[in-house]
Design a protein around this ligand. Sequence first.
Ligand code: PLP
Length: 388
Amino acid sequence: MFSELTEQLRARDQQGLRRVRQVLEGPQAAHITIDDREYLAFSSNDYLGLANHPELIQSVCEGAQQYGVGAGASHLINGHSSAHHRLEEALADFTGFPKALLFSTGYMANIGVVTALVGREDAIFADKLNHASLNDAALLSRAKFIRFPHLDFTALEQRLAASTARRKLVIIDAVFSMEGDRAPIRQVVALCEKYQAWLLLDDAHGFGVLGQQGRGSLFLPDSPAGHSPHVVYMATLGKAAGVFGAFVAAQPEIIETLIQTARSYIYTTATPPLLSHALLVSLKKIEQDEWRRERLTQHIQQLREGLRSSPWKLLPSDTPIQPLLIGASDEAVRISQALREQGILVPAIRPPTVPQGTARLRISLSAAHQPQDIVRLMQALHQLASLS
Ligand SMILES: Cc1ncc(COP(=O)(O)O)c(C=O)c1O
């Protein structure tokens, strides 16, 4: 048994696919410390720079005083505290849905929603570049899993029209995590309404960042139809919100169905209430600190303008995820490594996470960055390009 595993691991090494964890000292921030060396990091999802905010740290301490450290039980036994409950009400209100439900992680939320809503006689329609958690959820549900090419809504419509499934569920990222591009929500919702399908919209990377006051992708000017009763909205709380967890917001019948039947909700300990206590503060900061989103917009513009002359092109994206297309996997790894030697962290993303031949550097921007940080990254990239 062991020699088989060793062999598999060696094969990974040979293909350059072995992943290594880096041990971070201290908090997530624009400048982080690994192995006693400081790095300028473009590698977190802490888009608003809240993960290390003093007010959030303070609220975690208060939350611990008030609620203790652990929830001690699952939500349906007696782990559902007033902090969880208040946060759910605040999230429903903030995202414009009648009800919201907290999950421990976005991964678990996607598993819970999909497996609670569809089963063997049903069909799931999924964009090919969706997040892994949506794919895993689809497989676990045992529904027919039908994928369509990235953002190809003609293909989606053909598949919806041809389906005789009892229930139909379309699942899609609102912002694609490795591309940074966005799903045209109005168009997807219209298709779901036309073919009587549910829509699970994963806004892990839009919540807090996009839309009026950071209320998410459904509040972008081009998505007015987003609050259709067909929509089940999912967002995470460990990215822009800076803390941990996730939530689903939807019509009351859906939320009640999740409470009764979503196994990744029922059979797990509730998250520490102190996190919900801190998330209430985070939600206020998301709503009020418009300057964080303005700064992000400036960083995005600065980077896109600055890299226009580079031989490596940024994929089209108006979100903080700015992937720089390199092509070959070994070249992407080499550039990432060269940046690292200069004290700059930008992860190389390779197949199978992204399609063959589209290895890239996933530059992720944060309000915690300063304009000079972006300049430093651009100068390093230009210099590396001139040497290539
Ligand atoms: C699009 C998308 N959905 C879901 C998740 C899972 O969220 P979590 O990290 O809270 O499990 C992620 C990232 O982790 C993601 O990028």
